[in-house]
Design a protein around this ligand. Structure first.
Ligand SMILES: [Zn+2]
Length: 498
């Protein structure tokens, strides 16, 4: 039986079958579970958690709480980042939750929250910095034995977020259209590639963790030129020697690509100005694309760099630890941008993935989708009204939520989680586990949707109804309110009982 049939059948049988509870749903479902590798005898209930929580609240106190309140069985430790999304406490501007130290950590820097072992970093210019937040504290060394005693699994969770002042970073950075170094790594630059490979080695050789998850919340230059994301990265790259060389090998004319991007930026400016093109935004965009097909080729070239990064990390991880899983955090933009969605074919991910954490944050998804609509409504879809733009996104991405004037305040529904889970399950090979990312208290703006316990409860239930092999509570425990966390626990316990 293939997984699609399995999912459809179990949806009829009820969610209890998905959680593999014997005796409650009859022999037929037990047989189904036995026949499908997808049947989760113990679904993955994961949470992302950073060093500051263990330091502030005590390791065993945190683990007790995660087990009791949210039925968590897998920890995704934030082991490397310079960002605030998964590291540190709640940044100033958002309320601190009802646990942890009630103090903002404005001086946060980030880095490696375990212990970098220098021998693995000899082939990269990037300095392996120990995060200065917790001197002498190694998150993996501390948590792993405590988690093992509780039969909890431990994954290292690290992401492509840097600071420009990290020593050696500039030798790994993307070069933009103007020849300037950016704050992003070039996926093709050996210093960047080898840094990620060094982390893979370091985490798998220095510690007996259960697996790795890495994420890169970025896209290529064409999509950036269209502002086709919710957070509007303006980088137009990469024009570094490594990428120019790769283009040459592919027979792509870099000068033409350069010229095309310059023209595209002029097109953007014309849309913002008072004398908009008489043929409208979409037609004139397509005209630039027809004249410079190198724009598409450069986007593809950028994406190939990311795919090769996945491929190399996957290969190395499996060389070191064949039985351990490695997978990827798939950026929220996959729910908003059909352009990004087209670039991330889950079937193709099967070549280099054991699991995918597909971000389906439905609470902050409302404000984020509204922001995405605003961004593309200023570029490629400037001929449409904002609501028409949103209707188009709903239509081509096959989910439908509230109108534009309500999504920022009310968020997206559990039905969105259900549909996105089903899409991921149906679109990926059977060998790839789908673990939807569920959001709890990700900061939003004033008067925008805030997570409530029932939101989490409904989203977790929807993910399992959609055929998920687990869920991953995100982004970090240090920003989650406990009542909301308990919404996840309630859903899991109910499903187990069903
Ligand atoms: Zn490059």
């Amino acid at each position: 039986m293939d997984r699609r049939n399995f999912v459809e059948t179990t949806a009829v049988l009820g969610a209890g079958a998905l959680l593999g509870v014997k005796g409650s749903v009859g022999a037929e479902s037990e047989q189904l579970q036995g026949n499908s590798r997808f049947a989760p005898s113990a679904p993955m209930i994961g949470i992302q958690v950073g060093a500051v929580s263990f330091v502030d609240e005590g390791t065993n106190a945190v683990l007790d709480r995660l087990q009791e309140d949210a039925a968590v069985n897998t920890l995704f430790l934030a082991t490397f980042t310079y960002g605030r999304g998964i590291g540190g406490r709640q940044p100033r501007g958002s309320p601190l939750p009802d646990h942890g130290k009630q103090e903002y950590d404005d001086a946060y820097r980030g880095g490696n929250f375990a212990t970098p072992h220098a021998q693995y970093y000899v082939k990269t210019s990037i300095a392996p910095e120990k995060a200065p937040e917790h001197p002498g504290y190694d998150i993996i060394a501390d948590v792993l034995p405590n988690a093992r005693r509780r039969k909890m699994r431990v994954y290292c969770w690290f992401e492509d977020v840097f600071r420009r002042d990290v020593s050696g970073f500039e030798k790994a950075a993307e070069i933009d259209l103007n020849g300037k170094t950016t704050g992003q790594t070039c996926h093709r630059n050996p210093n960047a590639r080898n840094f990620w490979l060094a982390l893979v080695q370091d985490y798998l050789r220095s510690y007996d963790v259960d697996g790795l998850m890495w994420g890169s919340e970025r896209q290529g230059p064409l999509h950036n030129a269209l502002s086709a994301s919710h957070d509007g990265d303006p980088t137009i790259g990469c024009f570094c020697p490594h990428c120019l060389d790769a283009a040459k090998k592919e027979g792509i004319n870099a000068d033409r690509a350069h010229e095309g991007f310059a023209q595209l930026l002029r097109w953007r400016q014309s849309l913002a100005g008072s004398s908009r093109p008489s043929d409208g935004a979409f037609v004139t965009f397509w005209r630039v694309l027809l004249k410079y097909p190198e724009l598409l080729a450069w986007e593809q070239l950028w994406m190939d760099g990311l795919r090769d990064t996945y491929r190399d990390m996957y290969r190395l991880a499996h060389e070191i630890a064949p039985a351990k899983g490695i997978g990827w955090h798939i950026w929220h933009n996959n729910s908003f941008s059909p352009f990004y969605r087209a670039e991330h074919d889950y079937r193709e991910y099967g070549e280099y993935s054991d699991f995918l954490k597909v971000v389906m944050y439905n609470n902050c998804g409302g404000p984020r989708l509204a922001r995405y609509v605003k961004n593309v409504n200023g570029t490629i879809f400037a001929d449409l009204t904002p609501q028409q733009t949103l209707d188009f996104m709903y239509g081509v991405q096959q989910y439908r939520e509230l109108p534009l004037d309500r999504i920022a305040q009310e968020g997206l529904s559990a039905d969105y989680v259900l549909r996105e889970t089903r899409r991921a399950v149906a679109g990926s090979p059977e060998s790839v586990k789908i673990w939807p990312g569920i959001d709890i208290d990700i900061p939003t703006g004033a008067n925008e949707k805030r997570t409530q316990p029932d939101d989490v409860y409904q989203a977790v239930k929807a993910a399992f109804e959609g055929g998920a092999a687990g869920v991953l509570l995100s982004r970090k425990y240090s920003e989650m309110r406990l009542a909301n966390l308990r919404g996840a626990g309630r859903a899991v316990r109910e499903l187990k009982k069903a």
